[in-house]
Design a protein around this ligand. Sequence first.
Ligand SMILES: C[S@@+](CC[C@H](N)C(=O)[O-])C[C@H]1O[C@@H](n2cnc3c(N)ncnc32)[C@H](O)[C@@H]1O
Length: 429
Amino acid sequence: MTPGARIAAAVEVLDDIAERRRPAPDALKDWGLKRRFAGAKDRAAIASLVYDTLRRKASAQWLMGAQTPRASVLGMLRLDRGLDLAATEALFSGEGHAPPSLTGEERERFAHASLDAAPPEVAGDYPDWLTPALAQAFGPDAVAELAALAARAPIDLRANTLKATHAEVLADLMHLGIAAAPYAPEGLRIPAPRDGRGPSLQGEEGFIKGRFEVQDEGSQLATLLTGARPGEQVVDLCAGAGGKTLALAAQMENSGQIYATDIDGRRLAPLYARLERAGARNVQVRAPKGRWRPDGPDPLADLAGGIDLVVVDAPCTGTGTWRRNPDAKWRLRPGSLTERLRDQEVVLDRAAALVKPGGRIAYITCSLLPQENEEQIASFLARHEDFSPAPLPPLPGGAPHLARPGGAVQLTPRTTGTDGFFVAALVRR
Ligand SMILES: C[S@@+](CC[C@H](N)C(=O)[O-])C[C@H]1O[C@@H](n2cnc3c(N)ncnc32)[C@H](O)[C@@H]1O
């Protein structure tokens, strides 16, 4: 496909996403199924155009003065890819499968419009209903924080110390331009690929042998902040596919016991093979039969009141991961925030019943919203008088972060260079 034809394809996929309110991966998959002629490089280039456009959707549309997918792509080419008018006109040539040529107005706006007078939600590329929450979280830095969340993320890996040292994984993957991650001791980083197409890590021998996992540095730091120690009895209450379970197993040096569960047993399915590959031997998967309900059978019933540490990697809006999932920011609705807030209350109350006196809860979200973070903790403390805020272990390498009430921390792309994570610790007196 020519570069122009790839642009036309991206506009078509964005049209589908806008008109049918479809998730970007589904729209891209459908497009690919109907266009078998497109090769892997074409598909990757189109996906990268689509995701980059979604990252900058509000500012691109403002710049071009129109709310169409075509305007969004044009604005993104200038704001994100830094293309000039001549290069853009060469792509929008109107020839073959390329999109139609620029109109006079498009040419004018592309060359001269600016974001100088753009409101915060446009300059920061986020849905306007979140303005009050983000202003509460970041004050005058809200736009800068959200702009950093609209950039492409690097690919982060974690050396699995149950199988290999950090230095060994680094040496194994030198051909990918990898370097040590800035803060997480076992972290490694491949810079954000320019064309959005990362290396195929799943084919690396080191991955197949479990010597490393793909995991954002923020997620690695959050796991360290749980303070899980070798020999402890730990519940990973929202284990999902087990990203943090695997990191916890390595942090605990395969000793003590981790009980991994989730409300939805199906989500735990990939965990069995991942544990095997990673050589994690201190994990028991306790899958519920069907979906766990507060009034149904509890796969953790025998553990009540006896656990040193319950890790609550809570269901949340995922606002902190918008770099990797830009589609999600335009799909998020106030109703889903309300639902997540209710889920978080349920998991936290479930965690409280498992902790022994003197034991802890580590509460983690990948959200930037105070309602899901410090406010959720404040409301938990009001419901559970036997718990108090506890200090977190120091962040490795003096990783910069934002301080939150009760010693909690907020990591952000702008401050820490990671996905946005919130971590708080609570101790049962
Ligand atoms: C942020 S994800 C977990 C990600 C996972 N820990 C990882 O690191 O890969 C949150 C998980 O919480 C689960 N969840 C939601 N409500 C729950 C509940 N009441 N009890 C346990 N798990 C719950 C969801 O099914 C989802 O898998």
